[in-house]
Design a binder for this molecule. Structure first.
Ligand code: 13P
Length: 255
C-alpha cells in the first residue's frame, strides 16, 4: 500500500519567526502520531529553509524547496541549485508548480531539466501538473495533464523516476476555495496512474504516489484521501495554520 504523503507549500508566506514556529507547532502536534503511517513535508520560501530544517530536526518532518534551477553552479545570478537545497538539509523540491508555470512562465522543457537536476542532486522532486479552467471547459484536461507528465518526466529511466512524486493540481482549484470533487480528482489520478503504467510498468505505477492539491481543507481532506488513486495532498493556504494542517494530516491516516 502507498503511504500517504502530505506536503504544505507555504508559497511566498511566513518569516524568520513564524516559519520555524509553525514547524515546531507541527512537530508537537505530530508527536503522538505513528510516523510509519504518514510522510509529512513543509515547503517554505528559500530564505527560511535552513532555519526551518533546524526547527524540524528530530521531528520526522521533511523540508523541501519551492523550486530549483537546473544548473549546479556558476554564473546564474539569483538562482539556487539542487546541491544547495540538499546542502541545507532538504530532501524534496517542487518542480513545475502552476504558479511557476503560469505566473513566472516556465515551460515543460525547463521543468523537465529541473526534475533531472533535482534527482541528480539527490532531491526527491514533486512534479506538479494540472489544467487551467479554460482547458477543463474545453475538454482538454487529460491532454494537458498527459503532456505535463510525458514532457516533465522525459528521459527518466525507472530508477530515476522512482524519486518522483506527482501532484495533480487543477489550476482552477488553487487558492479559489473551489476544490475538485473527490470524483473529479480520482478520474484524473486514475488516468495519471494508467499513463505511468504505460511509460514504465504496472507495478511501478502501483507504487507511485500521486498527491492532489487545490483548496484542500480539514473538512475535505478525508473524503479526497478515501479515493483509490489519491495518495497524498499538496496543501497551500491551510498549511499555514498549524491546527488546520495537523487536522489534514490526521484525516489522511488510514483507520
Ligand atoms: P491552496 O491549497 O491554497 O489552494 O494551494 C494549493 C497549492 O497550490 C499547493 O501547491
Amino acid at each position: 500500500m502507498r503511504k500517504p504523503f502530505i506536503a504544505g507549500n507555504w508559497k511566498m508566506n511566513t518569516d524568520s519567526h513564524s516559519g520555524p514556529a509553525l514547524v515546531k507547532a507541527l512537530a508537537a502536534g505530530l508527536a503522538n502520531i505513528d510516523r510509519g503511517k504518514v510522510d509529512v513535508a513543509v515547503i517554505p520560501p528559500f530564505v527560511y529553509l535552513a532555519q526551518v530544517v533546524n526547527a524540524a530536526r528530530a521531528s520526522g518532518i521533511s523540508v523541501g524547496s519551492q523550486d530549483i534551477y537546473f544548473e549546479q553552479k556558476g554564473a546564474f545570478t539569483g538562482e539556487i541549485s539542487s546541491n544547495m537545497i540538499k546542502d541545507v538539509g532538504c530532501n524534496y523540491c517542487l518542480c513545475g508548480h502552476s504558479e511557476r508555470r503560469h505566473v513566472i512562465g516556465e515551460g515543460d522543457e525547463l521543468i523537465n531539466k529541473k526534475v533531472h537536476a533535482a534527482i541528480n542532486g539527490g532531491l526527491l522532486p514533486i512534479l506538479c501538473v494540472g489544467e487551467l479552467l479554460e482547458e477543463r471547459q474545453a475538454g482538454k484536461t487529460e491532454e494537458v495533464v498527459e503532456r505535463h507528465i510525458r514532457k516533465g518526466m522525459a528521459g527518466l529511466n525507472a530508477e530515476k523516476a522512482e524519486a518522483v512524486t506527482l501532484a495533480y493540481e487543477p489550476v482552477w482549484a488553487i487558492g479559489t476555495g473551489k476544490t475538485a470533487t473527490p470524483q473529479q480528482a480520482q478520474e484524473v489520478h486514475a488516468m495519471i496512474r494508467g499513463l505511468i503504467a504505460e511509460l514504465y510498468d504496472k507495478s511501478f505505477a502501483d507504487d507511485m504516489r500521486i498527491q492532489y492539491g487545490g483548496s484542500v481543507k480539514p473538512d475535505n481532506a478525508a473524503e479526497l484521501m478515501q479515493k483509490e488513486d489519491i495518495d497524498g495532498l499538496l496543501v497551500g493556504g491551510a498549511s499555514l495554520k498549524a491546527d488546520d494542517f495537523l487536522a489534514i494530516i490526521k484525516a489522511s491516516i488510514p483507520a
